[in-house]
Ligand binder design. Structure first.
Ligand code: NAD
Length: 483
């Protein structure tokens, strides 16, 4: 059986423990490869390689770093089909999605930061009248840790790594143990692109072993993490006493506010996507849908009709809209929330059941599920489910809609459907989330700040924000003699 091994100091290496984890194909429910179950010793080796590579990489010209990152981007594109197939198999997402979103975006991450670093400048402040001049140096931090989740595996792995290495850091990175395959293929690509050995070290394994060793390592001074809020809280507790720099991109429970004055057809089509793309396993999916009362019944009917047309099936079938849920435990978690909804008095308007796909009977398939709820305080509206489950409920006034949108512990993104400019401005200012989309969803410009408020995270990535995170600013103040 194929083994997914670590990539440390430019070489593929077995885990020191000689221990392995099972890697499941969620569309078949079968183990199809073995993953290195790395421990603190593997992380120590990865750290040493990264530390050794740092002096030279941090002094490599911007032009040269940029050239290598562009080469990585091109090689990802050259390998688009192989990477997309690997992603669909490892994660259960439709191949069409991996081909059009995940893998192209991984290439864009490298291309974007290859260019952004050439434009990344620092500030100068002249202290007029005091005969002194300040300028800011932005040093790379050193060895940094990047830890990513399973929902958009290569997309989010590279979202961290690209700015980290563009800024001159060297990296110890761990993809999710649930979806390690494309990160492992990236090892081959970076070596072909000529990234010097030790600049990027990819270590596989569980969060509690390999991940924990990264966050506990005393000399890994910055951690960029994307994953669940609970894990983020644990990372913050562990890293804070060591004064590590942290960027935490965490969970969400994003509201969709739909007003009667919106463009109905565009809203309807986009809302189906924002509810169920990637089986609802995107942190930015709109899982709470609030609809203005005057159009609620119409929306309910049309939405359910559209949802009922979605095809759940083999990720490799071009007709498939929803592939498999990522794992058996995650499927069970989602199903448990559907039960909770019923107990809480929620009405399942569509779905809620496991789907058996012919020839893939052991795969983890679930119907897209729409639940009508009475109260925003119910658990299915307050807790992140992270699956193909959305709730809908009506609202009477803009104030009520805003109160419900903000009435959760999360604050990652929100989507607003209206053609009223005044309302757009009022709500955009008052909604508590890191991103507000108006009449669109998942519309991303990589220059923009990305991240969440409240329990959805700390800090921002994207554009220069990411380059600022991965550098340490130092002010130099020079006093001069004006005579
Ligand atoms: P998770 O928190 O279980 O795992 C994320 C990563 O952290 C994995 O690589 C895991 O191995 C590692 N990890 C776990 N315990 C660790 C520890 N003690 N120390 C160090 N690393 C550890 O999350 P998941 O289930 O993989 O991903 C789903 C979650 O990610 C959802 O909550 C989703 O909303 C969130 N997410 C957020 C964003 C965002 O940008 N805000 C994007 C995608 C996903």
């Amino acid at each position: 059986m194929e083994q997914i091994v670590n990539y440390i100091d430019g070489a593929f290496t077995q885990p020191l423990s000689k221990s392995w984890l099972d890697n499941y194909n969620p569309s078949t429910g079968e183990v199809y490869s073995k993953i290195a179950n790395s421990n603190a010793q593997d992380i120590a080796k990865a750290y040493e390689a990264a530390e050794k590579a740092f002096p030279s990489w941090s002094n490599t010209t911007i032009d040269e770093r940029s050239r290598i990152l562009l080469k990585i981007a091109s090689l990802i594109e050259t390998n688009l089909v192989d990477l997309a197939e690997a992603e669909a198999k490892d994660n259960g997402k439709p191949l069409s999605l991996a081909m059009t979103i995940d893998i192209p975006r991984a290439a864009s991450n490298f291309r974007f930061f290859a260019q952004a670093i050439t434009q990344f400048a620092s500030e100068a402040h002249e202290s007029v009248g005091l005969n002194s001049m300040n300028f800011t140096l932005r040093h790379p931090i050193g060895v940094v840790g990047c830890i990513s989740p399973w929902n958009l595996p290569l997309y989010l792995f590279t979202w961290k790594i690209a700015p980290a290495i563009a800024a001159g850091n060297t990296v110890v990175a761990k993809p999710s143990e649930v979806t390690p395959m494309t990160a492992s293929l990236l090892g081959k690509i970076i070596s072909e692109a000529g990234l010097p050995k030790g600049v990027l070290n990819i270590v596989h394994g569980t969060g509690s072993s390999a991940g924990q060793a990264i966050i506990e390592h005393p000399n890994i001074k910055a951690i960029s993490f994307t994953g669940g809020t609970k894990t983020g809280e644990h990372i913050a507790r562990t890293a804070a006493p060591m004064f590590k720099k942290l960027s935490l991109e965490l969970g969400g429970k994003n509201p969709n506010l739909i007003f009667a004055d919106c463009d109905y057809e565009t809203m309807l089509e986009t809302t189906v996507k924002s509810s169920f793309a990637n089986q609802g396993q995107i942190c930015l999916c709109g899982s709470r849908i609030f609809v203005e009362e005057s159009m609620y019944e119409q929306f309910k009917k049309d939405f359910i009709e559209k949802v009922s047309q979605l095809k759940v099936g083999d990720p490799f079938n071009a007709e498939t809209n929803l592939g498999a849920i990522v794992s058996q435990p995650h499927l069970e978690k989602i199903q448990s929330y559907i039960k909770i909804a019923e107990k809480e008095g929620g009405k399942i308007l569509f779905g809620g059941k496991r789907v058996t796909v012919a020839n893939l009977e052991k795969g983890y398939y679930l119907q897209p599920t729409v639940i009508e709820v009475q109260d925003n305080q119910c658990r299915v509206n307050q807790e992140e489910i992270f699956g193909p489950v959305v709730t809908i409920m009506p609202f009477k006034t803009e104030a009520e809609a805003l109160k419900m949108a903000n009435g959760v512990q999360y604050g990652l993104s929100a989507t607003l459907w209206t053609n009223n400019l005044d309302r757009t401005m009022r709500l955009s200012k008052q909604i508590q989330s890191g991103i507000v989309w108006v009449n669109t969803w998942l519309n991303r410009d990589l220059r923009t700040p990305f991240g969440g408020m409240k329990n959805s995270g700390v800090g921002r990535e994207g554009g220069f924000e990411a380059l600022r995170f991965f550098t340490e600013p130092k002010n130099v103040c020079i006093k001069y003699n004006n005579q």
